[in-house]
Design a protein around this ligand. Structure first.
Ligand code: ATP
Length: 522
């Protein structure tokens, strides 16, 4: 098993052991691609949502929120193109009877070639040391050049096949690349077919097609159909945005990689309505703003990259992904799409209702263009956890080396902000004092009281869930009203007075610092 696989396995078991994420319906052996967020998971997820929501709605006078219903009038999905075109190409292996996404099989093949390139680069880096110039190496090393060309040719052919719905050529590509089923090892494939990803259900009082309802596969359409309601009720002027967080459902063909690809997941989407012709300016603005948002919480720049779409969706005139270096490689975390006036025009046509904005400066009405930012809350959760979870060698109480598992999560996102610990549990004077402090702090932020086990083990448990501060109450506390405050990252312990705790913790966990870093000028 590779180091990366190990790291991923460790992450999944950490999420379970420490109450972040459980498999859905686990006692019935689980439901695939559905997950439940445990006590610390729900706190972290709420903090991620709050960071996103505030960075959109609080930080922009011209972005307002919405919470639309999951069920929508079925024609919504006809207008948006989802009924006819929200498909993934699937292929079955006749021997293992396993089903795959045909495009993902090819993409995995491309990833393997990229892996070879990265290996060459790592080797060369070691050989040349400081003198190594990656750009030059990439443009001159023949093996790298050959592999890059191979990758580009395959990616282009796949993109063309997908764009033209030429599924026979996607199958031919899989055969030419001699891609085998990872389970049976055989290349005995069926034809490639399109598979619609929308879940449907039935209205109680209407039978047949007429009562067919879809579970929304994206939150965006709830925003489009409410565009004028929101604009008129809040008197917004273009450019303005509508932000929404909510569940989305997709009947993914292959749902693997933990919470990366789920059938029920949560999206954080913002649609920004602009004057036609100004969309590229805003597209660049949001690319920049969203990258800053990711970096502000401490994600290193080399763990994030932009990836332009090879194959533009039917509604877009420009599209880019922000990819994150997950334990299984760089994959899409967020999409930024210039959606033109496609959605509003389609809804206008099918509903017969005008969805136009009267521009008082231009003295004319028009259907605005839209730039969208769309991020999966669960994927963001996975990115945060995989970046934060670390093993470190640190000195123990006797000064010997010991390994600790620590979740180095940004304090603003940490599920628990501070834990109050009596030094020992069987001294009532200490537990009473510690509970008193806890009862003061609980009004200000998510705080815990813990008296179980030796103090060292309690610190380790807090490290494992990412608590930025531990407050220890000892016998000196009873004398002079001071406590020790232990910093999760530096392990430094300082003596401070009880009255200082609240402000120290508040300053550390304040999201304000993040918003200063993410401020972007149009
Ligand atoms: P992918 O190519 O990985 O299937 P997509 O391009 O279909 O994703 P979008 O339709 O752009 O994804 O959705 C916006 C965001 O929603 C994605 O960037 C991702 O973070 C999230 N997302 C999409 N599908 C899923 C899923 N099945 N499980 C979890 N998150 C998802």
């Amino acid at each position: 098993m590779s180091k990366q696989d190990d790291k991923f396995k460790q992450l999944v078991s950490h999420c379970k052991e420490y109450g972040f994420i459980f498999q859905s319906s686990e006692i019935y052996d689980g439901l695939s691609a559905a997950y439940d967020y445990g006590p610390y998971g729900v706190e972290l997820k709420n903090n991620i949502k709050s960071y996103w929501w505030k960075s959109m709605v609080l930080m922009h006078q011209n972005i307002v929120g919405l919470d639309a219903a999951i069920f929508m009038e079925p024609r919504t999905w006809k207008a948006s193109g989802h009924v006819d075109a929200f498909n993934d190409p699937m292929i079955d292996n006749k021997d293992s009877k396993k089903r795959y996404r045909a495009d993902v099989l090819v993409e995995n093949y491309i990833d393997k070639i990229e892996g070879k390139i990265n290996k060459e680069i790592t080797k060369a880096k070691k050989r040349f040391g400081d003198a190594f110039n990656e750009e030059e190496f990439r443009s001159t090393n023949q093996r790298v050049l050959n592999n890059q060309e191979k990758m580009d040719t395959i990616a282009k052919r796949l993109a063309n096949g997908m764009r033209d719905n030429n599924l026979a050529d996607v199958k031919a590509l899989i055969e030419e690349l001699e891609i085998a089923c990872p389970v049976s090892g055989s290349r005995n494939w069926t034809e490639v077919r399109q598979f619609n990803l929308m879940f449907s259900t039935q209205l109680g009082n209407i039978s047949g097609e007429a009562g067919k309802l879809y579970l929304r596969p994206e939150t965006a359409q709830g925003i489009f159909v409410n565009f004028l309601n929101v604009q008129k009720s809040t008197r917004q002027k273009i450019p303005f945005g509508i932000a929404q967080i909510g569940k989305a459902f997709r009947n993914e063909i292959v749902a693997r990689q933990f919470i990366f690809r789920m059938r029920e997941f949560e999206q954080m989407e913002m649609q920004f309505f602009v004057q036609p012709g100004e969309e590229m300016k805003w597209y660049k603005y949001w690319k920049d703003a969203r990258m800053k948002w990711h970096q502000a919480i401490g994600t290193p720049a080399d763990k994030l990259r932009f990836h332009d779409h090879d194959n533009l969706a039917h509604y877009a005139n420009a599209a880019v992904d922000i990819q994150f270096d997950f334990p299984f490689g760089f994959k899409e975390l967020e999409g930024i799409h210039s959606r033109t006036d496609f959605d509003l025009t389609q809804h206008q046509e099918l509903s017969g209702r005008k969805l136009q904005y009267f521009d008082p400066e231009r003295e004319e009405s028009y259907v605005p263009y839209v730039v969208e930012t769309s991020i999966g809350c669960d994927r963001m959760f996975l990115a945060v956890m995989s970046q934060a979870l670390q093993e470190e060698v640190v000195p123990d109480a006797k000064g010997n080396d010991s390994t600790r598992t620590v979740l180095k999560i940004h304090p603003a996102l940490a599920p628990v902000k501070c834990t109050v610990l009596p030094l020992v549990k069987n001294k009532e004077v200490l537990t009473t004092k510690a509970k008193e402090i806890f009862n003061q702090l609980k009004f200000s932020f998510n705080c815990q009281y813990d008296e179980k086990d030796a103090i060292g083990r309690r610190y380790r448990r807090q490290d494992a869930i990412g608590t930025p501060y531990c407050i220890t109450v000892d016998f000196d506390t009873l004398e002079d009203n001071t406590v020790t405050i232990r910093d999760r990252d530096t392990l430094k312990q300082e003596r401070i007075s009880i009255s200082e705790i609240e402000n120290i913790v508040k300053e550390k966990i304040d999201m304000k610092q993040l918003f200063h870093e993410t401020e972007t000028v149009a």
